[in-house]
Design a binder for this molecule. Sequence first.
Ligand SMILES: Nc1nc2c(ncn2[C@@H]2O[C@H](COP(=O)(O)O[C@H]3[C@@H](O)[C@H](n4cnc5c(=O)[nH]c(N)nc54)O[C@@H]3COP(=O)(O)O)[C@@H](O)[C@H]2O)c(=O)[nH]1
Length: 946
Amino acid sequence: MGALEGRRSGVTGSFGTAMQRSSSPDPIDLAPSGSAADSVAVPKRLPLLALLAALLLTALAWHDTRQRVAADAESRFALRVEELHRRFENQIQVYVQVTRSAAALFTAYPEVKRTEWNRFVDGLHLAERFPGITAVAFARVADQWTSPELVTEARMDGLRNFRIWPESTGPVRLVTLYAAPVNERTLRTLGYDLLSEPVRRAAAEQARDSGEPAVTRAVALRLDEGEASPPAFIVFQAVYRDGLSPATQERRRATFAGLVMTPIHVAPLAESVFGRMNDIAATVFEGRREFPLYRSRPEPSEQPLLTASRDVTLGSRVWSVQYESRPSFEDAVDSWKPTLVLATGLSLSVLLSTLLWALAATRDRALVIARRITTSLRRRETELDLLFNQAPLGIALIGPDAKITDCNPAFARAVGVGRDGLIGIDTKLRAQDPAVIAAIDAAIAGESVRLEVDRLLLAGGRHSHFSLHLQPVSTPGDPPFVMAFVEDIGDKRRAEQHIHYLAHYDPLTGLPNRVLLFDRIAQAARQARRDGGKVAVLFIDLDHFKVINDSLGHSFGDEVLRSVARRLHGGMRPTDTVGRLGGDEFLIVVPAIQKAAEAAAVAEKVLAQLAAPFAIGGRNFVVSPSIGISLFPDDAEDAEGLIRCADIAMYNAKDAGRNAYRFVTREMGARSRERLDLEAALRRALQNRELFLVYQPQLRISDDLVVGVEALLRWRHPEAGLIMPNRFLPVAEETGLIQPIGDWVLDEVCAQIGRWRDQIGLAVPVAVNVSAQQFRDGQLPAKVAAALDRNGLQGWELEIEVTEGTLIDDIPSAIATLRALKQRGCLIALDDFGTGYSSLNYLHRFPIDKLKIDRSFIHDLEQDGAGDSIPRAIVGLGRSLGLSVVAEGVETEAQLQLLRSLKCESFQGYLFSRPVLAEELEPILALRAARGHHASKVEPMARAPV
Ligand SMILES: Nc1nc2c(ncn2[C@@H]2O[C@H](COP(=O)(O)O[C@H]3[C@@H](O)[C@H](n4cnc5c(=O)[nH]c(N)nc54)O[C@@H]3COP(=O)(O)O)[C@@H](O)[C@H]2O)c(=O)[nH]1
């Protein structure tokens, strides 16, 4: 994307900058330095530090909360204790106040009667209002004189059994006179002398002397005697005869009349204060936790959370109250708060550190991704940079004003102008070609254009052949521009032209080849068809060129061909086409002629041109042509037909003695067509088993013994009947069919030899003819060996017949092939000897066994006296080289006689036998075949000298 934007910006003049920037080695960091990315950077150890700090804060908060909660609880406990304790103290004072109030009654009414007392006490409603007070009693001072009076008074009040008890030991007594509410228990206390018991006595004397309430220590009340005695105490308040409390102790003792006493059970008193409390338990002790008087709750099994102790002063006595928090109080304490703070703190700590860790991890991941993206972008930019700067394709950016804003080195190279000289130039002003200007206009208008330009692309540039592709680029928000792709296709075009040349011209002579000739003929034929004219096709074959080639070498032959080509081309009109079909075959196409005579004139000219000797490599040569002529539309309508007709005519010219020309005739055409039909039929023949072999024996002239057999091919055409090899073998050679046919013949002959050997004990070689193609393809020795092996034959049982022409073409390789065949033991016969280009120089180098005198020489034997010269020479040659000689085509007794006189060794011919089917030959073979292959061998020295 960045690169694309770089291109876009390049339209406004910054593309080059963008590309240079992209090639800068400075790394691209997607996280802006010193930016938010850094501010949120989370060092890796920060989560741990944060966790530790948060844990510390949590511990502090927990501790603080604990203390606050504890302080709060203690404060509330203290307040609660203060409140309870105040109420307890008040209750005690209230109770003491009851004693005071009763004493005050005596101050107001010194002569309080029993009934008044009882009524007063009843009015106090002790049970409801002061449940701890069991009674309010009055004890009067009595001595020995007043005691009886007191007893009388009491008895008069109805207390008949009243007595002072226990028996007094001292003169003064303090006798319980009234006790209310009146009940069995209070009645029991009447008459009791308080001074008889030290605790009560001490408290009574203290009350007497102080004028203030005095309290006993905890005692068992007389009231409770005979029952369970719960802890109790008695409050005394002295009553003086003068009414109010005298000012001095002495006076108080002097006027002391008695005292009011209030026995109080501690439990009901304390219960009225502490009894309904659930949150705090209270234990009241006599003195400082010496003796427990009251416990509001059973002693707790667990240590209470909070405790407090407070004193209560009762006159000269001190009680202490122990307060303890109860579960209901403790439950109200926010003891969960520290735990909550701790849990919250821990949670927050973990959360915070996790958050920070996640932040750090997220950032790390983001950094990794950013790095990846950066790397990818960098690679992409580098690739784009490379692509742009090193692409073999020229790229230029053209703005909407048709000016070049940037280009790569390949573009500069393509147009041949330096890059600096290109930036900013107006392509429309500098373009040389109106088509280029139009293309630029079209591309700027938004059209993609492709064209090829065969000239200067820009003024000041260079000529070549260019391929130009203009691609408009437009993206929303950016100014449109055009990308120009330029490719110098000059080399490509030249290569194409060269390929075209190779495809259409003959590399040796530079003349049009077969392809182009076909095209020219077709062109000329079209033209002739329009104009009503004619086209002449001259097929030229050089006579005996093969001899030149073979004897003087291919290079020399090539030079001859080039020279002929030059002469032919030089002598023709520009409208004529001189071409080479291959080998020594040339073709001349003469268009737009009106009559055959014009073609004949051209042929005459060719004959004349080539008649002059050629001087090549210091030698002078005369090369004659044989020319065949066909005419369009007379002989054929297309190039192939015209060439074929001209070819046929050319052969006719050759047959007519060479160095001549012939027009194709109807008769020749018919033969040509017949030849085509023959080719098609021959293809089918092999498959349809229409080919078969006949065999012709070879006899020794001296004794008429069969010394060999030649296998000859025949074709039984289903319609045409028997076809001889001279008719179909040339077609087989031309079409390549000779190879499969030859293979079949070889196999079939070997199979027949095997059968004869087994059936009739044949012991003479059977000859098989091998074509030049078969001999030269390099496979013959292997094929022969395989055929022999397949049929279990020895090498000598097969004789290979080759023509001299076959060997002479490539002598070294021919020798090698012959040696390979000899290696396998085969016999070699040189067929048609004497008709070809026999070179006696080479003959001795060929490992051959037999010479076959061509039948044309045998035919000539009878013609005149000199007819035996060639057979005689061949017989002599064979004798001198140690070769056997067989004469073929012997038809008459005279010929045989002559051969006998020439000491020719053997013969074959109609005289003895035509070629016949294998089964027809078998009786002869059985009867007359010589035993052993040596029978066919001539012992040269044993013969008469030639
Ligand atoms: N490559 C192969 N060539 C073959 C094969 N079979 C034959 N040939 C070659 O064809 C040419 C013609 O052969 P053909 O028509 O069979 O003629 C042969 C004989 O029939 C013929 N002959 C024999 N005796 C006489 C005679 O007394 N008079 C007479 N007018 N003709 C006679 O001569 C031919 C002998 O052939 P060759 O010895 O090979 O020269 C011929 O060139 C064959 O070689 C084949 O299988 N493969």
